[in-house]
Design a protein around this ligand. Structure first.
Ligand SMILES: CC(=O)CC(=O)SCCNC(=O)CCNC(=O)[C@H](O)C(C)(C)COP(=O)(O)OP(=O)(O)OC[C@H]1O[C@@H](n2cnc3c(N)ncnc32)[C@H](O)[C@@H]1OP(=O)(O)O
Ligand SMILES: NC(=O)C1=CN([C@@H]2O[C@H](COP(=O)(O)OP(=O)(O)OC[C@H]3O[C@@H](n4cnc5c(N)ncnc54)[C@H](OP(=O)(O)O)[C@@H]3O)[C@@H](O)[C@H]2O)C=CC1
Length: 291
């Protein structure tokens, strides 16, 4: 089955990146969100990120305008009905994702593959609430999507071979590399990465270091491109907390207990870069540590 139209649900940082790389690879893309503001912001960001690639001469100006021309933003979920593949990239909350699938399914064609960019939630459980568990799987991009090479592909218990192969072909056409992960809480990358980020927050909470010393230690001492707290702000602290809760609930092991300080930041609405405040304050010219 040839995939030519891709639908993206959720136009946040992941959704806009997915639309960007899909359009650049020649797919027709429909992207939807709950607000026009989110769609406008996504289109502005995609335009800016493509322009960055033109400036760095990794793509031509013609590639950029062709890619922009292939992306159709819409507020109507039913407009994704023509797509051969849908990638859900809305907020990391199971009830939100279930409600999207319920609304979307009546509009889908029988052959359409339904996927989720979830960072942690059970693919099998999400699939079981749809009409097509055999055509459902995890399609997990990394942030920032235009830069990161990896896509985790996660089969649910019922996912069939053709669905997996069709998604693998899409990953290859995007110029990315797939890693196959089994359907257990947070899969591979976040099973390893998120406890490290959570431990960095405990290190801060217990006063072992401050924001600056913790990030500097991991950047200079372990050669990480970003410190763990800077990375948490980049991912979104709400998403980090949601992933830790899935690990804690799903594996029932206290080693995954989310740090109370992470919970406090989320409760304050300090979600990181997207709200301009998290472990750093981004409201001025340069980020300032909040602790
Ligand atoms: C939570 C989950 O479920 C899973 C996850 O995604 S976990 C998060 C995984 N991501 C990471 O770990 C990212 C760690 N950070 C990094 O790799 C780097 O800091 C970074 C790539 C984000 C930026 O790198 P940098 O060297 O500081 O910045 P810079 O030199 O400006 O950019 C490097 C490249 O990235 C591009 N770039 C940077 N930020 C970008 C963004 N937000 N969107 C698109 N492109 C971006 C730049 O255009 C540049 O491209 P070229 O190499 O083609 O010139
Ligand atoms: N951040 C990261 O580094 C990564 C995240 N992911 C996963 O990708 C998904 C999206 O994350 P991310 O882009 O960071 O989150 P964001 O918060 O940036 O974006 C989520 C978007 O989904 C929108 N949304 C919420 N409900 C609906 C709905 N019912 N229909 C359509 N859109 C909706 C939100 O709108 P509003 O703001 O109005 O609520 C928001 O625009 C999550 O599952 C996350 O776990 C995967 C890899 C990396």
């Amino acid at each position: 089955m040839e995939i030519s139209k891709i639908g993206v649900v959720g136009a946040g940082q992941m959704g806009n990146g997915i639309a960007h790389v899909a359009a650049l690879a020649g797919y027709d893309v429909r992207i939807t969100d709950v607000s026009q503001d989110a769609l406008d912001a996504a289109m502005t960001l995609i335009n800016r990120n493509l322009e960055r690639q033109v400036t760095r001469e990794t793509i031509s100006a013609e590639d950029k305008s062709a890619a922009m021309g292939r992306i159709a933003p819409t507020l109507t979920l039913a407009d994704l009905g023509e797509c051969d593949l849908v990638i859900e990239a809305a907020t990391e909350r199971e009830t939100v994702k279930q409600a999207i699938f319920e609304d979307l399914i009546p509009h889908l064609q029988p052959h359409t593959i339904l996927t989720t960019n979830t960072s942690s939630i059970s693919i099998t459980r999400l699939a079981s609430r749809t009409d097509r568990p055999e055509k459902f799987m995890g399609f997990h991009f990394m942030n920032p999507v235009p830069v990161m090479q990896l896509v985790e592909l996660i089969r649910g218990i019922a996912t069939d071979r053709q669905t997996y192969d069709a998604c693998l072909k899409v990953v290859q056409r995007l110029g990315k590399t797939a890693a196959s992960a089994e359907d257990f809480p947070a899969f591979i990358v976040n099973r390893i990465l998120m406890p490290m980020i959570n431990e960095a927050v405990y290190t801060l909470y217990e006063g072992v270091g401050n924001v600056e010393s913790i990030d500097q230690s991991m950047k200079l001492g372990a050669n990480h491109p970003m410190g763990p707290l800077e990375l948490a702000d980049f991912i979104g602290l709400d998403t980090c907390l949601a992933i830790m809760n899935v690990l804690h609930d799903g594996l029932a092991d206290t080693k995954y207990r989310p740090c109370p300080l992470l919970t406090k930041y989320v409760e304050a609405g300090w979600l990181g870069r997207k709200t301009r405040r998290g472990f750093y304050d981004y409201r001025g010219e340069t980020p300032v540590p909040t602790r």
